[in-house]
Write a protein that binds this ligand. Sequence first.
Ligand code: F6R
Ligand code: MG
Ligand code: MG
Length: 365
Amino acid sequence: MSDKITLSVIKADVGGYVGHVSVHEDLMARARQMLAQQGPDILVDWKVMAVGDDLILVLTHRNGEENASVHELAWDVFMSCTEVAKELKLYGAGQDLLADSFSGNVKGMGPGVAEMEFVERPAEPIVVFGADKTEPGAWNLPLYKMFADPFSTAGLVIDPKMHKGFTFEVHDLQDSKRVFFNCPEEIYDMLVFIGAPGRYCIKSVTSRTIDEQAASSSTQKLSKLAGRYVGKDDPVCIVRCQSGLPAVGEVLEPFANPHLVSGWMRGSHSGPLMPVSFADATPTRFDGPPRVIAAGFQLAHGKLVGPYDFFADKSYDKARAVAIDIAGYMRTMGPFEPHRLHLDEMEYTTLPEVMDKLKDRFEPI
Ligand code: F6R
Ligand code: MG
Ligand code: MG
C-alpha cells in the first residue's frame, strides 16, 4: 500500500448494442454491481462509463500501476459483462478479451489501459478521455497541442511553471521501443515520429518544472497478423490539469478542431474525431464518425467527484458541425484513399484473394 493514489482507466468492447454502436445498460449495471462489492484494499472509488461500444472502468486505488489484483478485477468484470452480452446476443460478445484466462496483467490481453500513480495535490482536476472507432495515435495531435503548442496552450508562454516545457515519452508500437523528447527544443524531431500516429504514439507527458506526470495514454503493441500490423484499439487517455499543468480549458481546446483519425468503418477509414456528450457517444453514420468524450473529475482523497461531461457544452457545437461536414465530404470519396486507409493500415482487406484471382492477368508494361 502506498500514500500515492493510482488512477487506472481500463476499457474493452465486450459486446455492442446494436452492432458496434453502444454499450447496453445491462452491461453497465453488471459492472457497477461487481465494483460496488470491492473492499477498500482493492479500490478507493470507481465509475463505469461508455463511449460507443466500449465499456470504460475508471478506478482509483492505492496499489500502484500494473497491479495484479486491480487488473484481475477489471478482467473479471469484463468476463462477467461478456456473459450478459451473450445472454442478450449482443454483437461481438467478448470481442476484446483475447485470452481464455487472466495471467497477471490485462495489458496485451485485449483491454486498453491508461494508468498514473501520483500524490494527490490540494486540488486535483483530471480529464479522462475515451474515443471510439479510432486508435491510440489519435491522442498524438491533441497531446502535442496541449503540452507543446503555444497557440493552443497559453500557459506555455505566460505561466512561469510551464515555460520550460514538458517531456514526451513516445512509443514505437511496431518495434516495441521508446524514446523521450524534451520540448520545446526537440519538437521538430518529435514531430517526425508523432506525425505518423499509426506507429508512434505519445505514451506519457511529464512536467520539466514541477515533478509531476501530466498525461498517460493507452497504447498497445500492434499485433502482426498475416504479415500486416493490425489492431486499432479504441483508446483512453488521462490528463491532470491546472497549477503548473495545462488548464482544463487548455486540455480541451485541441478538440475544438476535429482532426482526421484512422479507424472509422471496419477500422479501415479516416474521418474527423467528433467531440460529443456522453449521450451522443453513439457512432451511427457509417459506424461513425469517430467520437471522443471528456469526463472531468476532482479527486478528493481518491474519491472521484464527477464525472463532468465537458463536451456537452455549447461551445463544441461548431466543432460537431464542422466534423459532420468533414465526414460528409470524406464519404464522397467512397473507396478511395485518403478516406479509405492505405493498404498497409486497413483492418479489412480482400486484396490477397483478389490479387490471387487476377495474378495471371497481370503482364509486364
Ligand atoms: C467496430 C467497427 C465497425 C465494424 C463493422 C463491421 O469497432 O469499427 O465499423 O468494423 O461494423 O463489423 P463486422 O465485420 O463485425 O460485421
Ligand atoms: Mg464492437
Ligand atoms: Mg469500439
